[in-house]
Design a protein around this ligand. Structure first.
Ligand code: UDP
Length: 364
């Protein structure tokens, strides 16, 4: 049985590392990987393949730097050709990027069944490109793996229990990867050596709702500048945000570094005082590694972190950013609520895929 996996962005490489390893271990499944090229440079792409032993993609579509429509359209055409050539039994996608949607759409139009890992998440903010991508991808998927109970409930509310689909709570593959790779952090790497004796807030910023809204972006930068008066704020910055900030020509008092590899990132999370971010994945990694998180968004898909007091939504409000920083920077999480499974999501997912495939064509 052949699975065509479509990935293209940094968080997908990380998620795929866990599932691809499980696919290799289970046997009987052939995985062919397509890299759409959405993230393409060394620090946003290649480093993850090298560090996380992800199988080399058989295809690289090299599609990036376009508006959403053009990018998704080109990916759709490229993936369609590959599906026709490879004739996979299933197509596997992760998360909520344009690569996810393009893969899901191309496959479903060709009647190839779609497997969606990280299904059911909702921010209920239809202005987010990610929200559109995840809703549409879920709708054309046949086998949906939800990382949380909330995600399962979201699908039920949308009527998925009435459809001939399989949706399961698998737990979160990012918990698997955090557990696995946090053991492998190289503490003498140049990045970790550089910051090892310092107290710092770790921050990432790349969500379009912040970077493409200059008022929000200015406010967030100002909030980070204010926090930088008390502690170093270290920002491994997404190239897109870097370009925008450079054009804005606003004073920046925090430390911007190049994006780092996953092992360094897990080391930085463990070493920092606090995480501030608008990333989806980092909100959870902070929790997994017992750090509080301040999220510069108005809503989150990971509502259980907010409900349990591990994560605080501050939007783009600089006063709230500072207030929460002051309240949280000396604290670490010291309870062990289990919100995202057992760290065995990838094995579960692959076993379920295999069981479903073994049922033969036309399952359920
Ligand atoms: N990440 C990384 N290096 C960095 C910044 C982030 O390895 O310089 C990792 C981070 O730890 C998380 C993933 O990238 O696992 C999150 O990706 P991103 O924030 O780009 O996407 P999102 O999770 O918001 O979809």
């Amino acid at each position: 049985m052949k699975i065509l996996t479509v990935i293209g962005a940094r968080p997908q490489f990380i998620k795929a590392s866990a599932v691809s390893r499980a696919i290799q271990q289970v046997g009987g499944l052939e995985e062919v990987i397509v890299h759409t090229g959405q993230h393409f440079d060394e620090k946003m792409s290649q480093i993850f393949f090298d560090e996380l032993s992800i199988p080399v993609p058989k295809y690289n579509l090299d599609i990036h730097g376009l508006n959403h429509g053009a990018m998704t359209g080109k990916m759709l055409a490229g993936i369609e050709e590959i599906i026709l050539l490879e004739k996979p039994d299933y197509l596997l996608v992760y998360g909520d990027t344009n690569s996810t949607l393009a893969g899901a759409l191309a496959a479903s139009k060709l009647h190839v069944k779609v497997i969606h890992v990280e299904a059911g998440l909702r921010s209920f903010n239809m202005k987010m490109p990610e929200e559109i991508n995840r809703i549409l991808t879920d709708r054309v998927s046949h086998l949906l793996f939800c990382p949380t109970e909330t995600a399962m409930n979201n699908l039920e509310k949308e009527g998925f229990d009435q459809m001939k689909l399989i949706y399961l709570n698998s737990g979160d593959v990012m918990y698997d990867t955090t557990l696995h790779y946090s053991q492998l952090v190289k503490w003498d790497s140049p990045v970790l050596e550089n910051f090892k004796n310092e107290s710092f807030v770790l921050c990432t910023l790349h969500r379009a709702e912040n970077t493409d809204n200059l008022e929000r972006l200015r406010n967030i930068i100002e909030g980070l500048n204010k926090i930088s008066q008390s502690i170093k704020v270290l920002v491994p910055l997404h190239p897109r945000t870097k370009n925008i900030i450079e054009k804005l020509q606003v004073p920046v008092h925090f430390e911007i570094i190049e994006p780092v590899g996953y092992l360094d990132m897990l080391g930085l999370i463990q070493s920092c005082a606090l995480v501030m971010t608008d990333s989806g994945g980092l909100q959870k990694e902070a929790f997994f590694l017992k750090k509080y998180c301040i999220t510069m968004r108005d809503e989150t898909e990971w509502v259980e972190l907010v409900e349990n007091g591990y994560n605080f939504l501050v939007g783009a409000d600089q006063d709230k950013m500072v207030e929460k920083f002051l309240a949280l920077s000396q604290k670490e999480i010291n309870d062990g609520l289990n919100l995202y499974g057992e760290g065995t999501a990838a094995d579960y997912i692959v076993k379920q895929i295999k069981a479903t495939i073994d049922e033969g064509p036309g399952f359920k």
